[in-house]
Design a protein around this ligand. Structure first.
Ligand SMILES: [Zn+2]
Length: 253
């Protein structure tokens, strides 16, 4: 027996799947996942991974829950307004699944803590809306050979892909978005452009699926493929993306 009776029952609907099984569930229970941000994308990712029994979650967010978050950040609630989002996420996760460990950091992900955080986890999910953080975590994940699941969402549009340093064909964030630091503020933020809760829920659910696949080594991960979601027309489009030999982060040329 790999799992306890309680684990077999709690995770029955996924353990019964041949793609997961007890072996896959044990991999999830042993996994350490770092989630950057407990906002729009973080909410479904945290709920999805906690529910699936990913055994060790670390959530980092220095932001507080605000009323304007609650159209989409459904792990938070009215009684937790002004609470730190990582703290609120931990309360949600422990209530959903007390059998997993949830660690929180109520600080900003930065050069100071990035190596320790990324280096002590098996996989990182980027749920931030800050380009500076995105480029930082991309660089650190490449250095520590940690898979990074990237997604973005604004209005009714989303995008997602996985960067896996150990995969030969995998680009990194910098390969496909080769901006310089001066371009950080080009993309419209959700506070200005708006965002539907359905968009972040869908993109966060896709990130959760990629995380479970990578951790259990099942299926085909979104590597070298950028998946675009157009919520208004309900269409997905896939773009091939490749590593840039001249990339300053991962380039081998
Ligand atoms: Zn690169």
């Amino acid at each position: 027996m790999i799992l306890t009776d309680q684990e077999v029952e709690r995770y029955a609907r996924q353990v019964v799947m041949p793609e997961i099984g007890e072996v896959g569930q044990k991999k999830l229970l042993d996994a350490k996942v770092l989630i950057l941000g407990a906002g729009g994308l973080g909410a479904p990712v945290i709920a999805g991974l906690a529910g699936a029994g990913v055994g060790h979650l670390t959530v980092i967010d220095d932001d507080e829950v605000e009323l304007t978050n609650l159209n989409r950040q459904i792990i938070h609630s009215m009684d937790r307004l002004a609470m730190n989002k990582a703290e609120s996420a931990a309360l949600f996760s422990r209530s959903l699944n007390p059998d997993i460990q949830v660690h929180i950091k109520t600080i900003r992900f930065s050069e100071k803590n990035a190596d320790t955080l990324v280096g002590s986890h098996d996989l990182v999910v980027d749920c931030t809306d800050n380009d500076e953080t995105r480029y930082l975590v991309n660089r650190k994940c490449y250095q520590h050979k940690a898979p990074l699941i990237f997604a973005g969402a604004v209005r009714t549009d989303g995008q997602i892909t996985c960067f896996v340093p150990d995969a030969e064909e995998s680009p990194c964030l910098r390969c496909i978005f080769p901006q310089t630091e001066l371009d950080y503020d080009q993309a419209p933020s959700c506070s200005i452009a708006g965002v539907l809760g359905s968009t972040t829920l869908i993109m966060g659910a896709l990130q959760t699926a990629e995380a479970i696949k990578l951790l259990t080594q099942t299926g085909t991960a979104l590597i070298g493929r950028l998946l675009l979601y157009d919520g208004l027309s309900a269409r997905f489009t896939e773009i091939s993306v490749s590593a840039d030999p001249a990339c300053p982060v991962c380039g081998k040329g």
